[in-house]
Design a protein around this ligand. Structure first.
Ligand code: ADP
Length: 164
């Protein structure tokens, strides 16, 4: 049977840390589906359509990866509809571990057949998050090496439009 995994996240925006997890995760499964979802605890900087377009461009080089979005359903429900038996998530630190543990155990309560697989963040990306990159970028700090090309371009475009 085809091993399908869903990587859910807010990806606001996608970072090199996410992309590294996607590239490594894609080697573990027959198909990896990136779920660009809404995190109700976080205010979104990019719209879902913008995030989808950015992620699609950034993963175009990985053949067994595709991208979906939805706003109103539980991750476990989306996974079941997709036939995904695995969730993929990344862990940067103890703080992530505590947060990820809560989510993974709740998802396990909701669907015992769905297994969450964690990849440890690559050390060179383990200090970056979408929020810190957005903050530094807002004040003109150099974070280019942590942003996939499509993200960098989208941020530059947003800056140019806001200056008009
Ligand atoms: P969410 O709002 O659902 O936490 P994020 O987009 O912030 O969505 O993160 C999605 C997943 O990617 C989470 O499991 C998070 O721990 C992981 N992640 C975030 N940043 C990195 C990084 N720099 N390296 C590896 N994994 C990361």
């Amino acid at each position: 049977m085809k091993k399908i995994a869903l990587f859910p996240g807010s990806f606001d925006p996608l970072t090199m840390g996410h992309l590294d997890t996607i590239e490594r995760g894609a080697k573990l499964f027959d198909e990896l589906i990136i779920g660009v979802f809404v995190n109700t605890n976080k205010k979104s900087y990019f719209t879902s359509d913008e995030k989808m377009a950015i992620v699609k461009k950034s993963v175009a080089h990985i053949p067994n990866v595709r991208v979906i979005t939805q706003e109103n359903e539980l991750t476990v429900t989306v996974a079941e509809k997709l036939g995904a038996k695995f969730l993929l998530r990344g862990i940067r630190s103890i703080k992530d571990y505590e947060y990820e543990k809560e989510i993974a155990l709740m998802n396990r309560h909701l669907d015992r057949d769905l297994e969450t697989v964690f990849l440890l963040a690559e050390p060179k990306y383990s200090h970056i998050s979408s929020s810190i990159l957005k903050e530094v970028w807002t004040f003109n700090g150099d974070v280019k090496e942590y942003l996939p090309e499509a993200v960098y371009r989208a941020l530059e475009e947003k800056r140019e439009n806001s200056e008009k």
